[in-house]
Design a protein around this ligand. Structure first.
Ligand code: ZN
Length: 193
């Protein structure tokens, strides 16, 4: 809707005159009400209502979030810290956890079952100017959701397009280890993995 139309609706001033306006105010047609309703919800209004997103101070810093996740066995919901962005230089201990299979796992406080949390995270290697997005492995096998997947991938590429970094996407932690962490580790014996 044009700005003029929006203002007219907001002020309930009818360009046909005040007498007409008074009559329509008492008995508006369904169409008039619909138009006014639409004008009250213009995209500008919605934008104004959305709180502005605060960018993180350092987009390359290791970042955590938290989830409430349910144990499949006990059905209890418990708090799980989740690393959503891993800076390998800042957090080498987390890189160690990836290679040993202890990264971004949830441990049930009741039955102590340990599960890998299937949620995307990003691995950043400053030395190689490389960001690898690690997506849930099931997405690779799911198929059929190509549009859904493409949209997410686009978001990921958009986010980093202004930075001088290479972008890779892998499904599950194993390809990350195989392709990008081989030389990042001081020799781990096979039985530790
Ligand atoms: Zn449990």
């Amino acid at each position: 809707m044009s700005q003029e139309a929006k203002q007219a609706a907001d002020q309930t001033v009818d360009p046909r005159g005040e007498a007409e306006s008074a009559r329509t105010a008492r008995g508006m047609s369904a169409g008039d009400e619909l138009l006014i309703g639409l004008s009250a919800a213009t995209p500008e209004d919605e934008d104004a209502a959305t709180p502005t997103e605060q960018p993180p101070v350092d987009v390359f810093a290791t970042q955590w979030t938290e989830f409430d996740l349910r144990c499949r066995d006990c059905q209890i919901t418990h708090y799980v810290p989740f690393c959503i962005f891993l800076n390998a230089e800042e957090s080498p201990e987390l890189v160690q956890r990836i290679t040993s299979g202890h990264f971004n796992v949830k441990r049930c406080p009741v039955c102590h079952q340990i599960e890998y949390v299937e949620h995307p995270y990003s691995y950043y290697d400053p030395a190689r100017q490389l960001i690898v997005q690690v997506r849930p492995e099931w997405e690779w096998h799911a198929g059929g959701g190509e549009e859904w997947y493409a949209a997410r991938l686009e978001d990921f590429f958009d986010k980093w397009s202004e930075y001088d970094v290479k972008i890779e996407v892998v499904f599950g932690p194993q390809p990350l280890i195989d392709r990008f962490l081989q030389d990042a580790q001081p020799a781990l014996t096979p039985d530790q993995s």
